[in-house]
Design a protein around this ligand. Sequence first.
Ligand code: HEM
Length: 375
Amino acid sequence: MQWMAVPRSCHTIHSLEFFLMHILGSRFMGMIPDMIASVEVMLKRWRNHEGKEIDTFQEFKVLTSEVISRTAFGSSYLEGQHIFDMIMNMIDIIYRNNYRISIPFIGKIFKSSDDIESENLEKRVRESIIKMMKKREEEATSGHLDGYGNDFFGLLLKAYHDPDNSKKISVDDLIDECKTIYVAGQETTTSLLSWTVLLLAICPDWQDKVRKEVLELIGQQNPSPDRMTKLKIMSMVINESLRLYAPSNYLARKVDKEVRLGNLILPANMEIYMSTLAHHYNPEIWGEDVHLFKPERFAEGVAKATNKSIATFFPFGMGPRTCLGFNYAIIEGKIALSMILQRYRFTLSPTYVHHPVHLLTVCPKRGIQVILQPL
Ligand code: HEM
């Protein structure tokens, strides 16, 4: 799909900086009640599965899409969810056609049913976002809203209407940003939650340790920001899960101008892919037990875990293009895990088949089925 391959323009980076401020600044804390509300909706569904099997991968997909819809699109989150469903259909089409060889020119004349469906979805996503824009603009003009609203969508609309042309973003940028934020924010966090639940299901001692920490620090209350920062064992578990199952398999960069890297001369415009797996599974960094789930590696921080080579652990990327949603994802993950551990003990279901695949992120092709035991 073209919109995922297009490099970001300066305008888009400008809008992302808005979002960065939004999610890391004062408003970020305001999103926590929305995250908790979404987890509560999920846990309400789980009551029907107590003592039975549940596919947590599917559950986390729904949860993370609801969280991103609520936090990014605020009051319009139901419309946001509808757009998200269409984007997910487009992604399914990408998965299906991942290895299809397309013949130049012929592909423009003879379109497959997937090409037609994808174009149709793209058109409908665009129309829906434009409809949502119009609605917000009307609400802003009639004084029903403070500006265009304080959620991500409102900030994008503000940038779209910016009277300063050097800061203004185009409608295409705005639409691309909506799509990007869904894909960047949803698939990755689903992957993080799913693999962490798998690891805790097969390592009940760590599951007990994290639960104990949650119950000691948070009790049966809803998680609060100050308590979540104190969840040290959970942070160790999350880091180890991100090391073993980094949602993003590689980092991509393009060489700006010719540069020497060790013994190599890299020419300008060369594309470079850095494998997350190769670094996260390097025994020289992590030791011979590199394949084992050992959250205690991170007990004294990333520098100690990586033997002072902190740049070799990069689940969120690194440098100026590092993940903008880092805090958002960690907080969302901690809220969901805390609320699950407060209520359930879970074990791996006998139907589980280990089949990690790399599509947009590293995800479990056959789901992650666990059996839920209420506490
Ligand atoms: C566990 C969850 C997540 C992981 C592992 C993850 C990982 C990454 C990685 C590896 C990159 C590329 C960084 C680089 O090239 O150096 C990235 C970029 C990005 N992520 Fe995340 N991400 C996660 C969650 C999120 C969430 C929740 C959001 C938004 C709500 C988000 C928004 C973004 C954006 C906008 C970028 C592009 C930054 C840029 O190009 O300047 N991510 N993420």
